[in-house]
Design a protein around this ligand. Structure first.
Ligand code: SF4
Length: 93
């Protein structure tokens, strides 16, 4: 029986860089451009959420697909790959 998306995501391993987040949101620019709903909608890992007019970023779960960077208004998002040894390791698929 094929694995569900949730089961596949649960099979990944994440090494979280607590010192240098690889995703940073410019809250003012994101707010003024309405980026929040877009980021929430496109991220397959549910990294983004909105609360009290702020965008929360749970970067530890990032799959490094780059979709959010592709759709974000210029300057609203600073995104780079995690430093060496950090980030996602795929185990399935
Ligand atoms: Fe989500 Fe992909 Fe952006 Fe990571 S790179 S935050 S998984 S959309």
């Amino acid at each position: 029986m094929p694995l569900t998306v949730t089961e596949r995501l649960a099979a990944n391993r994440f090494e979280v860089d607590e010192e240098e987040p690889h995703i940073v949101v410019d809250q003012d620019l994101a707010r003024s451009t309405g980026a929040g709903p877009l980021l929430v909608a496109v991220c397959p890992a549910g990294v983004y959420s909105e609360r009290d007019d702020e965008i929360d970023v749970e970067y530890a779960a990032c799959l490094e697909c780059g979709t959010c960077l592709a759709v974000a208004p210029p300057g609203a998002l600073t995104w780079r790959y995690p430093r060496g040894g950090f980030g996602v390791s795929y185990r399935e698929g």
